[in-house]
Design a protein around this ligand. Sequence first.
Ligand code: GAR
Length: 194
Amino acid sequence: MAEIAVFASGNGSNFQRLVEALRDTRHSVSSLICDRKDAYVLERARLLGIPSYIVSYEGKSREEAEREIISTLKEYDISLIVLAGFMRLLSPQFVDTYPDRIINIHPSLLPKYPGTKGIEESYYSGDRELGITIHRVDYGLDTGPILFQKSFKRTGGESLKEIEERIHALEHKYYPEVIIELLDSIETENSKNY
Ligand code: GAR
């Protein structure tokens, strides 16, 4: 069995899907880290019974906030940190604390349209092919080795809302699948080293 911590800043639909999908496996979501006290993801965590921790970045340096996160995570045996709409760039020191153990999802076909407006920028680009990316986190903004991409072709007649729904549907289907596969392989690796 392997546990993940999810980091999120907003709505939390991916967080909820991960919690639900992992319930059918040997793995689980142990905790939620959230940087915004008004984020709806906190309500989802409460309803799902997942411990949540608000780590505010206000009035402190990024490194101070991250030290709080690291000390919170020490309470758990985390195999993977999963970013699901966490709208902050992690410092190189933080990334190095969890080598190859931080994963992110982004709502565009990276390296196109990194940042916080991946869906809108994809939509207004006029690109025929849109999609999602799951990748390991390195020091950059939505960079890092790509683990998975899924694309679809649009007709051109869709509204922004329709494209948004299509992208979220892909995220909700494939993020849990990729995470479960990674956790299975981490577990196998750990048992070999035991
Ligand atoms: C998702 O679309 C995710 O890909 C995106 O934030 C959304 C969070 O939705 N992440 C990024 O843009 C990262 N740069 P959710 O809060 O409903 O899971």
